[in-house]
Each structure stands twice: as C-alpha cells, then as structure tokens.
Design a protein. Structure first.
Lengths: 301, 692
C-alpha cells in the first residue's frame, strides 16, 4: 500500500462515518489540532464530525534529512468526532483494519498519554496507540480548549501517516516510503527537509521574526476588537508558527518562552470565547446537521 | 440466607496502568467500609483489575441488613412521669420525637439516675434494595491522579466507563451511573474474546472472562507472565538472564488482559552505547525487560522481553514490529552518542552560559561556578586537600552534559552521560564517577556516593541551591517546592550519614551565605530549614520526636553525630538509671525555674554542705565537668552515657536525702547554686527533661 493509498483509505473510512472531509488549512500549523476545523469546532454544544490531512510544521524537529524518523514537516491525519460515541475505540480499530492492519494479527494497545498544548490553552486525556510497540496514533478526549471546558466532549484521533505507512510498507527510513508508483517520500520531501532545516536553524532572520510576531499579535487583537473571529484566529496561527521558528533559532531563552507562550494563549483564549459567543448568537446552526450515529456496523460474531 | 457473591464490574476504556494498584486498594477498603456501615455482613471483599475493568467481588453477603436497635436517653423518670405514674408532656414529646408511642418507652439508669428511654429499631431492608446505592457510592468514591469527562452526564472517571455489571449472585443490582445502566453483559478480551457476554451469575464471572481470554485475577496474570518469561529464558543461551524489574512487570501487568511475553533482539553494535541509555529506551519508552549475561558480570545482552496483549498465530509479526521500534530508538541514541563525543565534555561548559537556571539566579554556568567555590571550601575545611584538584575539575564539569543532545532527548540520563562523556574525554576516573554520584541518592534510601569527590560535589551543590533559592524567595511554601529544596536538604543529611562525615552544616551554610551575600535573617531561616529536615529524617529512622529533638539540641549542626548520639541514647533509654536521671533532670529544672539563684549567690561553698549526699553530688558534678565537655568535643557518646550512668544515682540520692529549700537562706542558696551547676552539666547533654 503506497503512501497516498493510506490517506485515501482513511478518507473513505471516515467519510462513511458521516465525517465532513475537509482539507488542510492554508496557514502553517504545528498540528492538525490547530486547524480551526478542530480548534474552533470543538467549542460549544454543536456536534461536528470532520477528518482531514494536515501538513504539520515543527521547525525544531528538522534533521537536515539525515534522521530516518524525524521531520520538520510531516503529515497528520486528523479526526474529530463530537460528541464522542461510546464505540469510538472500536471505530478507530476498524479504521486500522481498513488499512490492512488486522487487529487479530497484531498487538494493538492504548497506552496512557495525556495531551496538552499550552499555547492554545488546551488539554485532554487519552492514549498513544501502539501497533506492535510503535506509536501510530494519538487518541484524546478533549477536556479544555482556549481555556473553555468542553460542553460536548469530542474524541480526537490523530494518525501519524508516515509511521503507519512505514509499518505497512516495512521500511526503516521515511524517505524510502513509496508515495505513488516509483516516486518516494524522499523524492517529494527530502530537499525540503534539508533546506528548511538550514532555514529554521541557521538562516531565519530573528529580528524580522520578532517584528512579525509583534505585528501578528497586534493584528489578531485588532481584528478581535472589531468582533471578527476567523481572520483573528489566522493571525494567532501565524504568531504561533513565528514563535516556533524563533524557538528553533534558540532566539528565546527558557524564561522568555513562557512569556511568549502565554501571549499566544491569551489570543487563542479570546478567539475561543468570541467563537463560542458568535455561534450562540447564530443559534448554533449545526445543532441537528449530524443525524446518523457513526459506526452502525458494530458486529457480533 | 446469604448471597454467595456480589459482583461489581466497572467496564472502562484503558485505564492508565499506574493508576490501578491504588484504585484496587481503595475499592477494597471503601467496599468493606460501605458494606459494614450499611449493615450488610459479608465474608470477604476482593478486588481485581485489568486495563479495561475494575472489579469487586464480595462473598457471603447477608441477604438483608442486620437489625439494629439504638437506645436514646430521655428525660429523668422523675420529670417523665407524675406522682401517679402517668406520663408527663415531657415524656410524650420525647416518645413522639423518636417515632414511638409513650407506652413503648423504657428505662435506663446512668450514674444512678433513672431516665426514660426510647429503643429505636432500624429496619432491616433486603440487600438488593440497598446494594444499588452502595454500588453507585463505590464508583463515585474512586479518585484518580487525573480524571475526565467523556459525556455531558457530569460524572468523572480515569477513562470513560462503557459498561457496568452488577450482580447479587444471579440477580442484577439495578442502577445507573452517568449514562451507563448496570446489567449482566460484559465484554471479553478486545481481540480474543466475545464482544458481549451474558453473565449468568456472579460466581461464574471469573470463569466466563477466563474463557474469553481475560485473566482477571492479577495474581494469576502475573504468575502466567512469570512462567512464560521463565520459559523464554530457558530457550535463550544458558548464561542469559531476564532482569525481573518489579516496576516494569507491574506496569505490564496492568497493560494487558492476557499476557503474552515474547523475546526480541537488537544488533550487538548498539551494546557499545552506555547501558543506561539502552535500558532507558527499553524500559521507559517501550516497557521492555532487559536481558543480562550472567557470565559477563551481568552485562547487558542484545535481547529484550516485551509483553503482548494478544496471542496471535504468527508472533514473529509482533516481535519484528517491536524490534523495528527499538531499532529506531537505538539508532537515535547511537546518533546522539556519536555526535556528542565529537568534542570533549569540557567544551560544553561554556554553553551553560546561555542556559538560564532561574531568572533571578542567572545561568547554569553561574550556578556551577558558585558551587565550585563552596566545594573547594569543603576540601580545605575538612582536610581533603588530596582531592582538591579532582573536586575542582568535577565541579567545573558538573553540568556540562546538560547541553548534550543525549540529555536533551533523555533528561533522566543527566549525570550518567556526564560520567560516560568524561571517561571518553580522558578525564580522571574519580572525576567521571563524581559527575554521576553528585546526584545520589536519587530516592529516599537510594544509593549514596561511593567516593568523596562526588559526595563533596553533591553536598556543595545542594547547600548552594538551598542558599540561593532562599536568597531570592524561592523557598518551599506548603506543598509547593518547585526547586525541590526539601529533597536537597534531605540528601545533604543522607550523604553525611552515609559517608560518616563530621561536617558542621552551620559552617557550610555560613560559607555559602558569604559566597551568595545572603543576609543574617535568611541565614537563620536556612539553618532552621535544614534542621527541620534532619528532625523528620531522624523520626523516619524510628526515633521518637523527643529523642530526635534531644539529638538536634546537642549536636544538630553535625547531623551525622546527632544520629550517632541518639542511636546511643536509644539503647539506654528505658533503663532504670536513665529514667531516674530524666526524672532528676525534671526536678532540677522545675526547682530552678521557681527559685533561680541570684548571680551573686551563685558561688558554691563546700563548707555550707551538711549532708553527705550533697557533698557527693558536688564532687561528682565537679569531677564530671571536664570529661563531659571532652566527650562532647570528641563525640564520644559511649563515654558520655557511661558518665551519665554514674551521675544518675548520685543525683537521685541527693533528692532522697537533701531538702533543698532549707530554712537557712545561706544553705538554701548554696544548694540552689549546686543544682545550677548540675543543671549546666545536664544542659550540655541536651534538655534531658524532654525525655520525661
């Protein structure tokens, strides 16, 4: 199964579970959680079911293309099911089966791993999912986002696409993954990993980044002041990514770090509260748009 | 008739392994208490758990609550009934308040007074009527280090509750918790059992689960795990031994419902990496057991044991998957190991300048330099000049490994990597060892430094951080101790005990305060802080509060000797002479409290002594004055005790024979002066009266 087939199958699986199949967000994010399809939709009482691929940027994780397992740009497959149905774990296992991972041939395990993202004021409890000892998914029940309690607890499932594909294809080096036909993951991304590692660690202009951070932060605040949420959130994402770049450049000391993180969090919390209110003012229009219970195939042997 | 078994199964999504041992104990304790307070008799309560279920099984439960009558005291008979024996309004009111007719009142007698009384019977409800509430209460009473909401029912638990089985033998105990209703349907092993299993009766529950590949009883599960591991070991080379790490075993125990241990291997080339690096990857991340070679002095072998939760036709798939994961991790570690060694350890020291230790305290580099100063002072002060250059070097290198990539990746390896990289950089062996031993002991009762260099370094750093943190107001408050200063103080004492160092902690703190320019008030606070820890530690060693106080009052500035002193006193306390001495000390103290002699009258005149016992005491006190001082000076606790033993009968005799408060003022004052001297002597060995 080549790399693209992995996410085709996930798209198709979650599509059958009544998920809206969205697309990656068009601003750099550190994780699929940051995409407003998760970060904002989980707020308030409205249900939501969504799945999408998210290219995720972690500037500090760059290894100049030399490490077989670590990338500064990689792909997550993100699923949000809100509210979480009682059979969500079974659904997830079923999704693995759709990737040809037969649970009866493997050791699939849910091992404690709680999730926290201080810059969005978010945390949740859950597991990392092990496939024969390898972590392939992060599974989280959100408890808070933007400092707000979840009114309808969603389950977040985040697949590490490269990890899964590497397992399925039995390769030890991510760049050897077959993407499509003869084209490998390395063909698509190796040069980018090398160049971005150089940029992230050596070239990025920290003075410019500091200025940008301040500008993005100010802009987000201004937009919120005028009562708009979605464009403001875009600037939160931009400031968050800018912070990550500065962090990769070691331009922020340990003590300053907390200060920057709390500045991003303050904006994220404002966005969350504004979004929640906006939806309420709109009388929660998604309230009865998701009618089918996902996972009707729950079988008895 | 008794109900054979009462069963509660809380079916969940995977509960974190580390939560389970406590949850099992709490559930058992709460169940016993709850059944008892609900007046349901039972034989015993057992608790079981896997990651997906917490189970309570109570045997031989009475099918109804025990009847119980409670007696309430009413008004005295004299006011409850008039002279004709008719009940008064007081009696009628009392009966009514207890739900009885006045004719049902009875009598009790308390201290010879007769009262009207009401015997109120508590009704006996059938067990099935009270069990639902007991069960709900038990689920609600479980607390976890972290808990969560999973729906909007408002209930919290470690992870979502998905089903509940509650049976009184074959009858369902009906209740609803959150959105889950109790019933008799459970589920088997996630991959090796039926999804729904109807449980006919509580007695068949464990067998039903066993048939569905859930070994519910953790003892049996552990047994199976151990047996399988032993079998695997038999198949390995003769000299290979699985390291049965109890923590890893327990972690795995609560990660599986059906344990299937398997052996995997990795390339021998990784064995060049320090063992701690390999075992950290294996244990912490993957929860594998290590395998060691008995013939090679317990050296790590290139095998590991994992525990699968699934028994599959082709176990090689699971084994190879795990091997691949470990390979990736070891490859990472090998990369760091090679990268970090490209420059000598000393070259990392400069980079510590850009690592903040604490905002107000500057960089880690600053901290290292101040620690170094104090460490060198220790060497000088305690005549350890021979290791001065080693301590100097070790102190300089002490935090260098903090900025290596290995420690960045595996923070737990700080110290270990310092040691290993120091060896590779050609540093002195004792310096390398010290880089690791500076962090010992790592837990209460853990290993302590085996060499002076690491011990001195460890002491210096801890005294330094306690001082520095107090200086900028970062001392612990309540349960908050972000810089782990309590632990640091505790470690100081542990090291002094273990290394038998007669170091004066006051002097060390004084020096540290001088280096850090700390004011007098803060210095006092620091000394008090360390003494408080010492007191706690002495008590933890089984000594009573009073004894610990006594030890600290005499020689608290030298913690090791405080320990030796109370060890010695502990042996003699309870002996007749010691008790006598303590009572004498109390008498002396009390007399002097009331009749403190004036300065001018404090001279003792032997000519004024009329009684033999008085003279004897005078001679004894005079004789012992010097040797007691000497014993205290050289920490000769045996000798000191011996002298106290000699003094004891003499003081006792004095109190038997001598009337202190003599009519003659001169005689009286002379005796008080003698007692003052005697008290001085006592006070040198601490306030013995606290032992009374």
């Amino acid at each position: 199964m080549n790399f693209q087939e992995v996410y085709f199958r996930l798209q198709s699986f979650w599509s059958r579970q009544d998920c809206v199949i969205q697309q990656p967000y068009d601003i750099e994010v550190g994780a699929g959680t940051m995409n407003p399809a998760t970060a904002l939709r989980v707020l308030g009482p409205e249900p939501y079911r969504v799945a999408y691929v998210e290219p995720s940027r972690r500037p500090s994780d760059g290894r100049y293309g030399k490490n077989p397992n670590r990338l500064q740009h990689y792909y997550q497959y993100q699923v949000i099911i809100k509210p979480a149905p009682a059979n969500i774990q079974e659904l997830y296992i079923e999704s693995l089966a759709s990737l040809g991972i037969d649970p009866n041939e493997h050791d699939i395990r849910f091992v404690e791993d709680d999730w926290e993202n201080p810059s969005t004021g978010a945390w949740g409890l859950g597991w990392e999912v092990w496939l024969d000892g390898m972590e392939i998914t992060q599974f989280t029940y959100f408890q808070q986002l933007g400092g707000l309690d979840m009114e309808n607890v969603p389950a977040e499932i985040t697949y590490g696409l490269e990890r899964i594909a590497m397992y399925v294809q039995k390769v030890d080096n991510v760049y050897d993954l077959e993407w499509a036909g003869k084209v490998t993951y390395g063909d698509v991304h190796l040069q980018g990993e090398i160049e971005h590692s150089h940029y992230n660690f050596e070239i990025a202009d920290t003075d410019m980044l500091f200025k940008l951070f301040n500008m993005y932060e100010a802009e987000a605040g201004k937009i919120l002041d005028k009562g708009f949420v979605l464009p403001a959130y875009d600037y939160v994402l931009k400031s968050s990514h800018t912070f990550n770049l500065l962090d990769a450049r070691n331009a922020i000391s340990v003590t300053e770090r907390t200060g920057y993180i709390s500045r991003v969090r303050a904006l994220a919390c404002r966005c969350a509260a504004a979004y929640r209110k906006q939806r309420e003012d709109m009388h929660f229009p998604l309230m009865d748009k998701f009618v089918n219970e996902p996972g009707a195939f729950f079988e008895e042997e | 008739m008794a109900i054979k078994n009462v069963l509660l199964e809380i079916g969940t999504e995977e509960i974190p392994s580390r939560f389970i041992p406590d949850a099992l104990a709490t559930l058992k304790k709460n169940a016993e208490a709850s059944f008892a307070s609900n007046r349901l008799e039972f034989h015993d309560a057992k608790t079981y758990a896997t990651p997906r279920r917490l189970v309570l099984l109570v045997t031989q439960v009475s099918d109804a609550q025990t009847e119980q009558a409670e007696m309430f005291k009413g008004p005295p008979i004299t006011t409850a009934y008039d002279e004709n024996g008719e009940p008064t309004r007081a009696a009628i009111g009392f009966a009514k308040s207890k739900g009885l007719e006045v004719k049902d009142l009875t009598e009790i007698e308390i201290n010879g007074v007769r009262y009207a009384a009401a015997e109120v019977k508590q009704e006996s409800k059938p067990a099935l009527e009270v069990l639902p509430e007991i069960m709900t209460g038990l689920i609600a009473s479980l607390n976890f280090p972290k808990s969560m909401y999973w729906d909007n029912s408002g209930v919290r638990f470690a992870r979502p509750i998905r089903w509940i089985v509650a049976l009184a033998e074959d009858k369902v105990i009906p209740f609803t918790y959150g959105k889950v209703s109790s019933g008799r349907v459970t589920t088997g092993h996630r991959f090796m059992g039926h999804k729904t299993i109807e449980v006919a009766s509580a007695s068949e529950f464990l067998d039903e689960l066993y048939d569905n590949n859930v070994i519910l009883d953790q003892e049996k599960r552990l047994q199976k795990m151990r047996t399988s591991i032993a079998n695997i070991q038999n198949e390995l080379e003769g000299s290979l031994e699985v390291e049965m790490d109890a923590k890893i075993l327990e972690e795995n125990l609560y990660l599986v419902e059906f344990p299937v241990p398997f052996a995997g291997s990795f390339d021998k080339k990784y064995l060049e990496i320090p063992e701690e690096v390999l075992t950290t990857s294996m244990k912490k991340n993957q929860k594998y057991l290590a395998v060691r070679n008995r013939d090679k002095g317990g050296k790590l072998a290139n095998f590991f044991i994992g525990v699968s939760n699934n028994s599959v036709a082709d176990m090689s798939i699971i084994r190879e998957g795990n091997e691949r994961v470990l390979r990736a991790r070891l490859e990472d570690a090998a990369f760091f190991w090679n990268e970090d060694r490209k420059i000598p350890l000393a070259s990392y020291v400069d980079r510590l300048k850009s690592v903040t230790y604490q905002e107000k305290l500057g960089s880690v580099f600053d901290k290292v330099m101040l620690t170094r100063k104090l460490a060198l002072w220790f060497c000088e002060k305690y005549g350890m000049n021979d290791i001065e250059s080693l301590v100097d070097r070790a102190a300089y290198l002490s935090k260098a490994d903090l900025v290596t990539s290995m420690v960045f990746e595996f923070p737990d390896l700080q110290g270990v990597m310092g040691r290993e990289y120091a060896k590779c950089s050609g540093e002195d062996k004792r310096v390398a060892l010290a880089l690791h031993e500076q962090y010992l002991p790592q837990a209460a009762g853990g290993k302590t430094p085996t060499d002076d260099v690491g011990a001195i370094l460890g002491l210096a750093e801890r005294v330094h951080i306690i001082t520095a943190c107090h200086k900028v107001g970062l001392e612990p408050t309540g349960s908050q101790d972000p810089y782990a200063l309590r632990r640091a103080a505790r470690c100081i004492n542990e090291i002094l005990f273990a290394r038998k160092y007669n170091f004066d902690i006051n002097e060390a703190v004084n020096k540290s305060c001088e280096i850090n320019e700390v004011d007098e008030a803060t210095r006092e606070k620091i000394l008090e802080f360390i003494k408080q820890r010492l007191h706690v530690q002495l008590k933890e060693r089984g000594f009573e509060h009073e004894l610990a106080m006594l030890g600290i009052s005499v020689v608290g500035n030298v913690p090791y000797q405080a320990l030796k002193l109370i060890e010695t006193l502990d042996k003699v306390r309870g002996s007749e002479w010691f008790n006598a001495l303590v009572s004498s000390a109390v008498r002396v103290k009390n007399i002097l409290l009331k009749n403190a002699p004036k300065e001018a009258e404090a001279n003792i005149d032997e000519a004024l002594m009329t009684v033999e016992a008085e003279k004897d005491l005078y001679h004894e006190v005079t004789r012992l004055d010097e040797p007691v001082k000497k014993a205290l000076e050289i920490y000769d606790w045996e000798g000191l005790t011996k002298m106290l033993a000699e003094l004891s009968p003499v003081v006792a005799k004095f109190f038997d024979d001598v009337m202190v408060m003599d009519k003659d003022e001169k005689v009286r004052n002379n005796r008080l002066a003698l007692l003052t001297e005697c008290n001085k002597l006592f006070r040198e060995v601490g306030d013995l009266s606290v032992m009374a």
